[in-house]
Design a protein around this ligand. Structure first.
Ligand code: OOG
Ligand code: NI
Length: 465
């Protein structure tokens, strides 16, 4: 087989992620400060915890952490979502998971575009949480029609980006120069535009319907609204954010602080008030402001099995029934306390989590295991004898309750209304033009493959004697 002349999707994604990070750093300087802070804390955490460094090394995932980011965009129409899927596919990013945010009072539903498969994730795990406005949740009929009209007039992709996506699909990839143009052209879609496509009166109506609707509809494109580095110690970063003059939201979303991190913990700093210009009279501009873009950090832990996830959801619901975190942070301490109490029920030891079938793990041969004569030995015995080790599989996806909390931390309290809607994955997938991948199937396959490799290695070890 001849080596492909195309630039690999992994390389394209890594370049795109770096370009996006550079752009966002100039657009939102606080993001640059946050990156530095996260890098410092990560280095300190690794130095203080050789066990953690060893575990990351064993799963070949140490190097990816400093490069690791997720971003988020909010799209207006099915056509935009469908085209976005094709753009991300060129970079080896596929839609995984369906998130219904209406339950949290946010009129969108979402997926995350990300690489699938261990090797691709380790090469560069860049992901983009992508939401689509639910027009059916705009209550006012006139406004809904106007929104559709405004959105129908924009194309968020450059003609060159469209052409390059078609070329990549037709040829099976992009060559050198085209790959460079691809990154530049696609970046345009994510760029901030301070000139709105509506006048101040329309902006006010959109804003009154929901602040998020104003953000989605008022501009030429779906500006990237945050870019999130991964920290190995979110509590320390949160503490030090204050010292850097960045004010985080009061409550960290997700599970409480634990010895063995599970799923995903996230916190953000408030959206910035930014100068924008609305369409004015007689071809002029009228100045105003808009808040949308913010910063966020996240700490990722083990991916949970459906059983683990059910327990997580139940414990989270229990904590939230006692104390629901107010956007202004007034009951933050009570919420943290309720959360910590509820989660005492979730085992906080890797082997206990594994044995209870709550989390996914990858298994690999130890040095001792490779030299051992152990044909016919079962997995648990081999683990007990130190022939096989297990490491948590990191959660690569998102959490709807947390995501709604992140959305809402950037809205005023009056925006936290109840929305009358259930999930509609079928419609989302029809708009996307493809089904979303099932996250659990993906983790289960990784775990299974690693067990099979080990069992094979145990046999080979004996044969070599
Ligand atoms: C996306 C919010 C969700 C996360 O990390 O859960 C998200 C948005 O505000 O557009 O990014
Ligand atoms: Ni986020």
């Amino acid at each position: 087989m001849t080596e492909s002349r195309f630039v690999s999707p992994d390389t394209l994604r890594a370049r795109f992620s770096a370009a996006m990070s550079a752009m966002y750093r100039t657009e939102v300087p606080a993001y640059g400060s946050l990156i530095k802070l996260v890098e410092t804390v990560n280095a300190q955490t690794l130095a203080a915890d050789p066990g953690l460094a060893g575990r990351l090394e064993a799963t070949d995932s140490l190097n990816r952490i400093s490069e690791e980011r997720h971003g988020a965009i909010r799209l207006g129409t099915p056509g935009e979502l469908c085209m976005m899927r094709r753009v991300f596919a060129v970079m080896g990013m596929y839609p995984v998971g369906y998130y219904d945010l209406s339950e949290g009072g946010v009129p969108v539903h979402s997926t995350a575009f990300r690489p699938v498969g261990e090797a691709h994730l380790n090469r560069n795990p860049f992901r983009v949480f992508t939401s689509l406005l639910r027009h059916d949740l705009i209550a006012d009929n006139d406004l809904r029609a106007e929104v559709a009209d405004i959105l129908s007039k924009r194309d968020i992709f450059t003609p060159a980006a469209r052409a390059l996506v078609e070329k990549a699909e037709r040829d099976g990839g992009l060559l050198g120069t085209d790959s460079v143009s691809f990154v530049t052209e696609v970046l345009e879609t994510f760029r901030w535009h301070d000139k709105a496509v509506v006048d101040a009166a329309m902006y006010a109506r959109l804003h009154a319907a929901h602040r998020l609707i104003a953000d989605i509809v008022s501009f030429r494109g779906p500006h990237i609204n945050h870019l999130t580095p991964r920290t190995l110690d979110i509590d320390t970063v949160q503490e030090r954010m204050f010292e850097e003059g960045i004010t985080p939201k009061a409550v960290v979303e997700g599970p409480p602080s634990r010895l063995c991190p599970i799923l995903l913990r996230q916190t953000s700093f408030k959206a910035l008030d930014e100068q924008v210009a609305f369409i004015g009279k007689d071809g002029g501009w009228e100045s105003g402001s808009h808040t949308a873009r913010f910063g966020e950090i996240e700490q990722r832990g083990v991916a949970l099995t459906p059983q683990g996830r059910t327990l997580y959801d139940a414990l989270l619901a229990r904590a939230r029934a006692i104390s629901r975190p107010a956007p202004d942070g007034s009951n933050a301490a009570a919420y943290r306390d309720a959360l910590a109490r509820a989660f005492t029920e979730f085992p906080d030891d890797w082997d206990a989590i594994r044995r209870a079938g709550l989390g996914y793990f990858t298994y690999s041969m130890t040095g001792k295991g490779l030299r051992a004569e152990a044909a016919g030995m079962d997995l648990e015995t081999a683990i007990e004898h130190g022939l096989i080790r297990f490491d948590p599989i990191i959660y690569e996806d998102f959490l709807p309750v947390s995501a709604a909390g992140i959305f809402l931390s950037n809205l005023g309290e009056h925006d936290t209304e109840e929305l009358e809607a259930g999930p509609n994955q079928q419609l989302f997938e029809a708009d996307l033009g493809a089904p979303v991948l099932d996250e659990f199937a993906h983790y289960a396959a990784m775990e299974k493959a690693s067990i099979q490799n080990c069992m094979q290695a145990l046999q080979t070890a004996e044969a070599a004697e």
